[in-house]
Every structure is written in C-alpha cells, then in structure tokens.
Design a protein around this ligand. Sequence first.
Ligand code: RP5
Length: 167
Amino acid sequence: MTAATATADIAIIMGSQSDWQTMRHAAETLDALGVSYDARIVSAHRTPERLYDFARSAKSNGFKVIVAGAGGAAHLPGMTAAMTTLPVLGVPVETGALSGEDSLLSIVQMPAGVPVGTLAIGRAGAVNAALLAVSILALGNPALAERLDHWRQARTEAVAERPENIS
Ligand code: RP5
C-alpha cells in the first residue's frame, strides 16, 4: 500500500484478511448510515512498514477517524495511535485460542498519553466503533448528526414491548 490520499473520512484497518469477518460489521454499519470509508489490511507484525506509512500520513491524507481491528497479540491499534493524533478506535477480534480476551487486553491497556478507545470483543465492538466514528464526525456535520439520530431512533422503535412466543 502506498500512502495514497484518503478518499473517505474514516479508515477501517485490520491486521489480516481473517479480521474482515469481524470488521465488515463496521463497514456495514457505515454503509447503513451512508458514510464512506477506506478499508485496508495493515498488519503491525507482518507489514510494519505499511503500518508506518499509513499511520504517519493518515492525518495529512485527510482521514479523520481510524477504526482498527486486530486479534491475538493485537498491536495494530496501539501502534497506530503511537504515530498519529487522530482518534483511534480499537476493536478486539475474537480469537480461537483465547476467545478475544487476548485481543482485548492487548488493545485496552495503553500507557497514559497514547489513547486507544477500546470497544467490545467482536461484532458488537465493530458496530459500535463505526457508530462512535460517525458520532465524532457528526459533531461538525449536522446532516450526518440527523442521519445518526434517525438510525438510533429506528433501533429504539424496533424493540418489541413483549417477547414473541417461540415454539
Ligand atoms: C493478528 O493476528 C491479526 O489481526 C489477526 O487477527 C491474527 C491472525 O493474523 P494472520 O495470521 O492472518 O496474519 O495480527
């Protein structure tokens, strides 16, 4: 990957193709809200120079928020945050060996001064990272704020008063 100019405000980065199974939920949430994104595979361990190029140039290239998902020894969100002051939202990917607790602990326990906003393990974290990214962008975009309000209101209205019988 070259440090190409961003075509979207939000970057969704992930450590591996295998993370897309989780991170696609962030993408689908942004799709539902009509927000464009740039999804890229950037591995802290396998492609460290790609990570460096991406993180160092993310701000000057026009990104405003970075959603970063990784699993296991999940250094991608933290290393990204080390190289940019853009908001970095970390999504712990669920793993086979330790069910994502390894990912969570790798992402959440950042030293003071290098923040990563850490979300829940798996799909919920990916969806909520996308929603938080939109909330951040919506602070300066009233039309987007209105779309987000409608999206949230629709979810509220979809909750039934009583459970249906399940046979
Ligand atoms: C992490 O290790 C990735 O984020 C992925 O969750 C996991 C497996 O990566 P690969 O072996 O597919 O590169 O770095």
